[in-house]
Design a protein around this ligand. Structure first.
Ligand code: SF4
Length: 218
């Protein structure tokens, strides 16, 4: 919580997830895999402009046309297939009712998500936290990099171990998990860069175990 409070004080509220509906959020979570949010947002904008940002729209779109629309998010053939796979499950098993899908018990929802083509732990947990609004902590590369530099665990730690670390040290709170992940993203994106972190402007520098090493390199 001490780290969270310092980050929040520095960056302010991040207002995540940037989406108008749960459906848009899910599509965005798939599109942002391995690319920046800016690239995913550009693909979302294409889907909106083409009028197909809906379950029916994605399912009825020709896969080749869909791949062209999501090209800004890269890996476009795979991502078009992933979007359609997700929509097919909601249509076939939940009559197209995304809310009914998301309202399942958290463990069952996570298991079903992980069974869908192209959805791994990080994407599943983003959907559970930001679309289903259930308390699960999202882990990404920034989380591992920052908290290993802060000395809490080694960078090679597994997804599950990292998630357990946060969830056993924080209250189970959707709003807190939502904001904490967004704060970590802000620090990883703007400050705690992979090769040349900007330690001089870091709000958690006083807790960092490696900042000396990066300062000496300058
Ligand atoms: S002090 Fe530097 S290395 Fe440490 S967390 Fe901040 S930016 Fe990252």
């Amino acid at each position: 919580m001490e780290i969270y409070n310092k980050l929040f004080e520095h960056f302010g509220p991040r207002h995540w997830w940037p989406a108008d509906t749960a459906f848009e959020m899910v599509m965005g979570a798939i599109l942002t895999q391995n690319v920046s949010w800016r690239s995913a947002a550009s693909a979302i904008e294409n889907l909106k402009q083409d009028g197909i940002l809906s379950l029916e729209g994605i399912l009825s779109c020709d896969p080749v046309d869909l791949a062209v629309l999501v090209r800004p998010a890269r890996y476009h053939n795979q991502k078009a297939k992933k979007l359609q796979s997700f929509c097919r499950v909601i249509a076939a098993e939940f009559g197209g009712d995304l809310e009914a899908f998301l309202s399942q018990e958290m463990g069952i929802l996570r298991e079903r998500l992980l069974d869908i083509y192209g959805i791994g732990p990080e994407t599943a947990d983003c959907i559970i936290l930001y679309a289903a609004e259930k308390p699960i902590f999202v882990v990404d590369a920034y989380t591992r990099r920052i908290f290993s530099r802060l000395g809490y665990f080694p960078e090679k730690i597994s997804y599950e171990e990292t998630q357990h670390f946060f969830m056993s040290n924080l209250p189970r709170d959707v709003a807190l998990y939502n904001e904490y992940h967004a704060q970590i993203d802000a620090l990883g994106h703007h400050t705690c860069l992979k090769s040349k972190p900007r330690c001089g402007e870091c709000p958690v520098v006083c807790r960092c175990s490696v900042q000396d090493q990066f300062t000496r390199q300058k």
